[in-house]
Design a protein around this ligand. Structure first.
Ligand SMILES: Cc1cc2nc3c(=O)[nH]c(=O)nc-3n(C[C@H](O)[C@H](O)[C@H](O)COP(=O)(O)OP(=O)(O)OC[C@H]3O[C@@H](n4cnc5c(N)ncnc54)[C@H](O)[C@@H]3O)c2cc1C
Ligand SMILES: *[C@@H]1O[C@H](CO)[C@@H](O)[C@H](O)[C@H]1NC(C)=O
Length: 497
């Protein structure tokens, strides 16, 4: 009942916004919060999504410099019923950081500091992952688990998930958070932790966007491993049946034989390239011993033909740089990398790996149906579960002891199906989207109701579908918390709360 009232309220909020625009900008100007308007020279750059497939339409961008300015700007939005989206790295798959009438760009929040006595880091919510990793290593040879793309922002990463090949060893990015400084929709500053504002802490760690604007995180850090082996072995199987069998073998190996020091994934790329790859956080001789039985099986399935191997043993920063593919440090302002893409994800249960029937069907589809012209596509299956995985060591989000709304603590793999223009630039051909959907569809009914990974958000899902797939049984509690902390629906996330 309460929910229906809230949703009815949200619709006129957007429709009537134009009439309230000058009230908002007057309020922001009176508070001296820096703003950009559509007429500003830097407007284009400030509102360009990472994913150029999408168009966005904000009216105002605020660039608060302090937490006090975040409070002031939110009070202005609150008093004028303006929808707000925070923006950190801008890498949302659905451009959700640019979905509000007012975008709050967190670019001024660039603190990265490290307290050697507690080994806790403080990270401003506008920091990009590569810059964070570089600084933490400089400060104390420390690391935090996180994704591979250095341009991703911590604001959207740590509030939704944050998977890296080190996540089975250390957890998701959000699992490292010990405390969050944030501002509520009505401009009230709060701190959330397992002992303070516990409901909000739970919501912000998994379903964050829509509950508060985070200004900074306190996070556990880990000693950066001195020896890291980035490894990849590529096979090309002659038939779909062999590829399906190979996937099945590789899937089982990860779940039963990959120690948590082995970051592990199964990739499938155009040209029927079947790749197992990851990072081993330890000496290469140990890794070779662990991978030998897997490679033996995969090679024998390939009529004895050895894989193409790329194996690099290196330090922490070099390993992260190789994963990113270019450079670890990125521009704080003026970052301008993009892609033009559509993606879907599914999360398998550790107790129910993909069946050989489903895999045969998917590889039959891939081997016989070429992608539309000028398309790049890939399927990435990353191991989240398996022996000793820290990701799965936390209680489910519905457990009274849980401090995180991240839903999937019993996962096997997260699969991502990704299709983009070959040039990375627009125009986007909608047949690419159809192709991505067909890849997932080819797995059949057994994946239909599986959860999905919120950071790879799929704007083709309705809000209700997205909530169910991303937060599952945690949805009712998230709705209840939303109605407490943001009853007017000021903080906007089209697929969240
Ligand atoms: C090239 C690429 C590689 C990726 N690789 C990985 C990977 O390896 N592992 C992985 O787990 N994910 C990965 N992702 C997904 C990534 O984690 C998500 O897209 C993430 O949400 C992006 O965060 P952002 O801050 O850059 O994006 P934004 O678009 O700025 O924000 C995303 C969402 O978070 C909200 N938000 C941002 N800042 C705040 C804040 N301060 N307070 C409250 N809400 C906020 C926004 O409103 C928006 O809803 C990748 C994405 C891309 C594009
Ligand atoms: C702001 O919202 C919070 C959560 O709903 C509430 O506890 C607080 O009293 C509000 N503050 C003001 C000034 O209205």
């Amino acid at each position: 009942m309460q929910l229906i009232v809230v949703l009815q309220f949200l619709i006129p909020l957007a429709a009537a916004f134009n009439a309230r625009r000058s009230a908002l900008t007057d309020c922001l100007n009176a508070a001296s919060v820096p703003i950009l308007l559509t007429s500003s020279p830097s407007w284009q750059g400030a509102t360009k999504p990472y994913n150029l497939r999408l168009t966005v339409n904000p009216a105002v961008v605020t660039i608060p410099r302090t937490k006090a300015e975040v409070e002031e700007a939110l009070k202005c939005a609150y008093s004028t019923n303006t929808r707000v989206s925070a923006k950190s790295g801008g890498h949302s798959y659905s451009a959700s950081g640019l979905s509000g009438n007012m975008v709050m760009d967190m670019v001024e929040f660039q603190e990265v500091s490290y307290d050697a006595s507690t080994t806790i880091a403080t990270v401003g919510s506008g920091v990009r992952l590569g810059n964070m990793a570089t600084k933490l290593f400089q400060l104390g040879e420390r690391g935090i688990p996180h994704g591979t793309c250095s341009g991703v922002g911590i604001g959207g990463h740590a509030t939704l998930g944050g998977f890296g090949l080190d996540s089975r060893l250390w957890g998701l990015t959000l699992d490292t958070i010990t405390s969050i400084d944030a501002v509520l929709a009505n401009g009230t500053a709060v701190t959330a932790s397992s002992s303070q504002n516990r409901d909000l802490f739970w919501a912000l760690r998994g379903a964050g966007p829509g509950f508060a604007v985070v200004t900074s995180f306190k996070m556990k850090t880990f000693p950066a491993p001195p020896v890291n082996v980035n490894w990849a072995y590529t096979y090309v199987y002659s038939t779909a049946q062999k590829a399906a069998k190979a996937y099945s073998i590789a899937q089982a190996f990860g779940q039963t034989d990959a120690p948590k020091e082995l970051g592990y994934g199964i990739l499938f790329f155009p040209g029927n390239q079947f790749i197992v790859r990851g990072v081993y956080y330890g000496p290469k001789a140990n890794m070779d011993r662990i991978l030998a039985p897997l490679l033996e099986q995969l090679t024998s399935l390939n009529d004895g033909k050895a894989p193409k191997a790329v194996v690099n043993t290196q330090g922490w920063i070099a390993s992260l740089t190789e994963l990113d593919g270019t450079t670890l440090q990125t521009l704080v302002r003026g970052y301008d990398k993009h892609d033009t893409f559509y993606a879907k994800s599914i999360t398998t249960k550790e107790s129910a790996p993909l069946s050989l029937t489903a895999l045969n069907s998917m590889f039959a589809y891939l081997y016989t149906n070429p992608a539309p012209p000028n398309t790049w596509w890939m399927i990435i299956s990353n191991l989240y579960g398996g022996p000793g995985s820290v990701i799965n060591s936390f209680p489910p989000s519905t457990d009274p002891a849980s401090t995180s709304s991240y839903a999937d603590r019993d996962s096997g793999y997260v699969l991502q199906f990704y299709g983009s223009t070959a040039s990375t630039r627009p125009p986007f051909n909608n047949q690419i989207m159809t192709y991505v959907k067909s890849m997932v569809g080819s797995l059949g009914d057994e994946v239909k109701n599986l959860p999905a990974y919120a950071p790879y958000n799929d704007p083709e899902l309705t809000r209700a579908e997205a909530q169910q797939k991303y937060w599952g049984a945690g949805v009712p509690r998230l709705k209840a918390i939303k109605s407490q902390v943001d009853p007017k629906g000021i903080l906007y996330n089209p697929q969240g709360f």
